[in-house]
Design a protein around this ligand. Sequence first.
Ligand code: KG4
Ligand code: ZN
Length: 339
Amino acid sequence: MLVLGIETSCDETAVALVDEIRVIHADLVLSQDDAHRAFGGVVPEIAARSHLDSLDRLVRGVFTESGKQFEDLSGVAATSGPGLIGGLMVGVMLAKALCAARGLPYIAVNHLEAHALTARLTHAVAFPYLLLLVSGGHTQLLLVEDVGSYKRLGGTMDDAAGEAFDKVAKMLDLGFPGGPALSRAATTGDPERFVFPSPLAGRAGCDFSFSGLKTAARLVIETLGSDPTAADKNDVAASFQAVMARIVVDATRRAQRQARALHAGLSTFVVAGGVAANSLIRDRLETACRDNGFTLIAPPPRLCTDNAAMVAWTGVERLQRGLVDGLDFAPRPRWPLAA
Ligand code: KG4
Ligand code: ZN
């Protein structure tokens, strides 16, 4: 079984070929960072046009690279939501056109499910497991019970964690994308110089809130004057990163206890999404897992950030279960994975 995966929900154009024995035959990702840099964030219209410009080239690329042919395909899977509607339409329309022309099944993939199932591609993880998804668009703690079966233990009440990193990095003028730039600046900063609030600290439940932190960061940055030194910026970055890590890891600890209460033997904890690349957050998660008897599984960074191998793999998982979609499936800008 060989599935072509297409990802166009945000600012990565990606195409991959994956089979049912977990071989990634090709995995191409084209980042649009350069196109959005001048605007300090993703511009939906630019993203959609840019997907349109490169998608057919990437589809040809995965076949050239792998030596596979259209005749080898068992299905085509495209991220069909949630995400920026213009980009989703580009990927979905191409997938449907290929399916119509070749008589192949179309699999409408939920981008969040693709992140959720990545650990089954990379580590053959068995159900159920606890997932922390921390990306630029999403921050959720999910109990992954089966393909299509998820319990949401918590999520952000406002911004996503990556979004908060990006916005504060922008205030500090650290460059785009902000998360990696901010974590680089933090390496030489003093994490104790500034005190940021932890909005939901001490509350039960596994929800997150980050928007108050942005205001707090702006107020702190204003006290530094119009031209803060690199050392000042590094201190803000380190202090901000420290509170982000505390918020994310506190909620994770609570979710681990809840997951255990729901599934007594559950001991696998998976972290995915771009923010999982943050080494402080990664270290603290490792400690939480050790304390609570969980094994931490982290797919390699390339498969933690947006990619199409995860989409193709979700296509494989769904196709194996007969979960295919009609060509009338409409892309969904909002598409929650679980109630
Ligand atoms: O999963 P991803 O590639 O795309 C989305 O689906 O959103 O995540 C991108 C997000 C961005 O907000 C980026 O700033 C953040 O992940 N990120 C980081 C780090 N590397 C990437 N945030 C904090 N520290 C990092 N090292
Ligand atoms: Zn993503």
